[in-house]
Design a protein around this ligand. Sequence first.
Ligand code: C5P
Length: 219
Amino acid sequence: MIITIDGPAAAGKGTLASNLAKKYQYAYFDTGMVYRAVGLLMHLQNQDLNDEQVALKFAKALTYGQMMELSKHPDFRSSLGGKNASIISAYPEVRKALLKMQQDFSLNPVFSDGTPAKGVIYDGRDTGTVVCPNADIKFFVTASPEVRAKRRYKEFLDKGMSADYEDVLADVKARDERDANRSTSPMKPAEDAMIFDTSDLSIDEVFKKAVEVIDEKQK
Ligand code: C5P
């Protein structure tokens, strides 16, 4: 079983994906990690993120294991990490170079300890349209920029990181703009995706709706 969950930053797709992965005992691939890993590697090695050819070199060399190691770095999930990921993810050749690693995961989905899983949940921007266009179930989770910025802002504070709400909102809007308008794999719901707007739906309500769809499909 392959399930894809796409949508903009802080719409609630990560929470939905990990809750569903836990309930059904499926592996989880957060595809933003591939872009965060390349962005962080370039940042740590003082490379110019605006240089597409350098980004491509890093993307081609990235392995799954290296990405998991990099994910432990404090800047991997920071606002800077998200911004850097968003910049290099706009390069068509970089996206192409990182596609195979994402697609291969569904052939042999595994948990973080290497145990095989009987299904996989993808979370990202183009997993239902480009990474796994033949997925069994596709969800697209969205919310207004203001609602998402409030959530991101609270997440930063909860983690003890300093943040300014207006800066977070500007960052959310800038990332939406880049994700929606890039020439390759722009973020958009797949034609056969079910859309959830979490501006006025709680995490629990979205989870229940998604479970109904999955249970129905599994009958
Ligand atoms: O989801 P996350 O915030 O970790 O993603 C980081 C960045 O990677 C996003 O802003 C987006 O630009 C990019 N991304 C992408 N395609 C995906 C997942 C993430 O372009 N499938």
